[in-house]
Design a protein around this ligand. Structure first.
Ligand code: NAD
Length: 360
């Protein structure tokens, strides 16, 4: 049976890593009808919107997508396509496993942490007030009149929202994941000592939900302490659940523990849809150079195969990737810090993984 999958190549290094990934996934023997769609600046230019309705329709219909990174202009220009896609499709859970493979150049070995990031709320709510806009002045006046806090008139404001509903479902997702994957502990990350009404609510709900899972250990940690603990004693962590921005930052920190962004996969999940994408962005300076590591995207493909119920093919693909890493010959520059001149390119990594899949 061929699976209908929406393929969003993205931009920057996206097209290169998605082609490499498509090749290795197909080499497992799984069959796909790819619906290739365009988002971001290219869609903005040709269709007048960075996230065309047809893209959302395609994902809604297929229920599974494989997505490359998409550039978001910083400071001005269109809003993040990635954030909009997650919000419009209610992809509330971002699942990011961070695992070291033998042979990876990293000061740490045997890391096996799963980050569950709330994907829709928090500081990513997209509710923003521009410096100098009339509505910003009204908001500043409202704040001063109601809570008696003065905000400088030349401020820009981003609103952080955390709901009981959103917190409950993400923490539940983390505990369900832990139970299904025989994980022992869930750590909830927050800054509830300072942000009592947003992070405080997240923490209160996390404690409540934890009570429903007596078989799984629960702890909470303030995000600044968490950052230090992750660097000093990462092995104490198992499943981490965090509000949006902390989850985002800690994902990159954990990617750093396991050898870099070139090895950090991910999935954005709703109750009935899944968009698989690496943690990394579009790395524009490497675009079109056939240089970056496609393995983060390939490992996102492994997650997709598991999601489709193709566990055996997923395991074979992960095994092939792990073998290429362990041999250390056909890997990109990020995995050869001692001899970057010996590194191979993105497409050669795909060739090497396919050779392993074919048993050569
Ligand atoms: P980035 O993740 O694109 O790159 C940061 C650095 O990490 C790169 O310069 C490179 O050194 C390294 N890196 C990233 N991917 C790699 C890979 N596959 N192999 C080897 N090294 C790799 O982060 P950035 O430069 O901050 O962001 C670039 C753009 O990507 C921005 O427009 C940002 O908004 C966007 N972005 C998109 C997504 C997404 O589509 N989900 C996620 C993050 C960032």
């Amino acid at each position: 049976m061929a699976y209908d999958i929406t393929l969003i190549p993205g931009d920057g290094v996206g097209p290169e890593v998605t082609v490499a990934t498509r090749r290795v996934i197909e080499a497992t023997g799984a069959e796909f009808n790819w619906d290739v769609v365009t988002v971001g600046a290219a869609a903005q230019e040709t269709l007048g919107t960075p996230l065309p309705e047809a893209v959302l329709e395609s994902v809604r219909k297929n229920r599974v997508a494989l997505k490359g990174p998409v550039t978001t202009p910083a400071g001005s220009g269109f809003r993040s396509v990635n954030v909009a896609l997650r919000k419009k499709l209610d992809l509330y859970a971002c699942l990011r496993p961070c695992k070291t493979y033998p042979g990876v150049p990293s000061p740490f070995q045997n890391i096996d942490i799963v980050i569950v990031r709330e994907n829709i709320e928090g500081l990513y709510s997209g509710i923003e007030f521009e410096r100098g806009a009339p509505e910003t002045a009204r908001l500043i006046e409202f704040i001063s009149g109601t809570v008696g806090e003065s905000v400088l008139p030349d401020s820009g404001i981003s609103i952080k929202t955390i709901s009981e509903t959103g917190s409950r479902r993400i923490v539940r997702f983390a505990f369900e994941y832990a139970r299904q994957h025989k994980r022992k502990k869930v750590t909830a990350v927050h800054k509830a000592n300072i942000m009592k009404f947003s992070d405080g609510l997240f923490l209160a709900v996390a404690r409540q939900v934890a009570g429903e899972y007596p078989d799984i250990e629960f702890e909470d940690m303030i995000v600044d302490n968490m950052s230090m603990q992750l660097v000093q004693k990462p092995h104490q962590f198992d499943v981490i659940v965090a509000p949006n921005l902390y989850g985002d930052i800690l994902s990159d920190l954990c990617a750093g523990l396991i050898g870099g962004l070139g090895l950090a996969p991910g999935a954005n999940l709703s109750d009935d849809m899944a968009v698989f994408e690496a943690t990394h962005g579009s790395a524009p300076k490497y675009a079109g150079l056939n240089r970056v590591n496609p393995m983060a995207m390939m490992l996102s493909g492994v997650m997709m195969l598991h999601h489709l119920g193709e566990g055996e093919k997923a395991d074979r693909l992960e095994g092939a990737i792990a073998t290429v890493i362990a041999e250390g010959k056909n890997v990109t520059y990020d995995l050869r810090p001692e001899a970057p001149e010996m590194a191979v390119g993105t497409s050669q990594v795909a060739d090497a993984v396919i050779e392993k899949l074919r048993g050569r």
